[in-house]
Design a protein around this ligand. Structure first.
Ligand SMILES: Nc1ncnc2c1ncn2[C@@H]1O[C@H](COP(=O)(O)OP(=O)(O)OP(=O)(O)O)[C@@H](O)[C@H]1O
Length: 333
């Protein structure tokens, strides 16, 4: 859909995750009205999906409900076998080398915990140390670090079932990282968290990526997660990629516009300058829209030379609007 240079080459040398023409269909039986038997139907969850991710990238994987995000992540982690195409993670075929791959990836599902529900948090971590055979010194080092940054020190002896959602999520993230995975898949990691917890978690993920070059693939409906963490976004709709590129490039999709907000010293008729159009006037404040890919400088200069300006600011297009537009175009295709 995009033609700009922001768009990613979906197949890259040195990729950590490689997905080529990936496909997954499900056979489902549906009850047909007036018939005794159920009819068989095929649901295409993922098709023609091609992308690759380099080590250390932080990629947002987004799409509307039922777009195929979870199905993709399940194929990347080896839980589901593709019905077509190819997938490789760290040089391994996930469904064939699931045990080996498990040592190299971490997975966090926001709505499901992988911790032992009835055990104190620390017991889950110790079990994981044994399962992954993490050298004791490395385990201690990682545990101390994550406990400190994620502020879990007071919760270690609490059974998981008694933790708050935010504490449980931080526990799950620690559990997923103790074995130093190269890739971390996060599925709705901030769902249900308050603003402070969200901010803290995002900060932690940023530092993890900066310090350890951990590759991050983030599935979320919270676009602020994406804006805070990901330079690259893959948008999936109806099982296939409809956009793969930078967040800035996504902003520029769909001929979206930016807005120049002008506070005049006094009320005035709508501002008339080349390259911009007045959309709204409220007292001395006026909103002018101009194309996202145009420079704001000549418009600002024209306004400032012809009017008495008290203040100016530029608003970027709302990313949610851009994405909604992309989804609706996908639905029409
Ligand atoms: N086990 C299954 N059997 C039949 N159909 C399935 C199965 N798993 C997923 N699907 C279907 O495949 C499509 C993609 O589902 P998927 O869960 O991957 O979407 P999603 O993008 O993760 O959605 P959400 O944002 O709602 O979690 C949907 O139509 C879904 O109903």
């Amino acid at each position: 859909m995009s033609t700009d240079a922001d768009r990613h080459d979906p197949t890259q040398a040195g990729a950590l995750i490689e997905v080529q023409d990936l496909e997954r269909t499900f056979d489902v039986r549906r009850r047909v009205e007036g018939r005794r038997r159920r009819s068989r139907e095929q649901v295409v969850a993922v098709h023609d999906l091609t992308f690759s991710v380099r080590p250390g990238e932080m990629v947002g994987y987004i799409g509307p409900n039922g777009a195929g995000k979870s199905t993709t992540i399940k194929m990347l982690t080896g839980i589901l076998v593709p019905t077509g195409g190819r997938v490789q993670v760290a040089g391994l075929d996930p469904s064939r080398n699931r045990v080996e791959l498990t040592r190299r990836i971490g997975v966090v599902f926001g709505q499901r915990s992988t911790l032992w529900w009835d055990l104190p948090l620390i017991d889950s971590f110790e079990l994981l140390q044994r399962m992954y055979r993490i050298p004791p010194a490395r385990y201690r080092e990682n545990l101390d670090r994550f406990i400190e940054i994620l502020d879990l020190g007071d919760q270690l002896d609490t059974p998981v079932r008694q933790l708050s959602l935010g504490q449980r999520m931080r526990g799950d993230i620690t559990a997923a990282l103790l074995h130093d995975p190269e890739v971390l898949y996060l599925d709705e990691p901030t769902i249900g968290l308050d603003v402070v917890s969200k901010g803290r978690l995002r900060e932690f993920l940023r530092s993890l990526n900066a310090e350890r070059n951990t590759t991050l693939m983030l599935t979320t409906h919270d676009l602020q997660d994406i804006e805070a963490l990901c330079e690259r976004v893959i948008v999936i709709d109806h099982g296939t990629s409809v956009y793969d590129g930078s967040l800035a490039g996504l902003h520029a999709q769909g001929g979206s516009t930016r807005t120049l907000v002008v506070d005049l010293v006094d009320e005035a008729p709508p501002i008339d300058v080349p390259g911009a159009e007045v959309r709204r006037v409220e007292g001395p404040r006026q909103w002018l829209s101009f194309p996202s890919d145009a420079s704001a400088a000549p418009i600002v200069a024209a306004v400032a030379s012809a009017y008495d300006v008290a203040d100016l600011s530029i608003q970027e297009p709302d990313i949610e609007d851009v994405i909604r537009d992309l989804y609706s175009r996908g639905a029409q295709a």
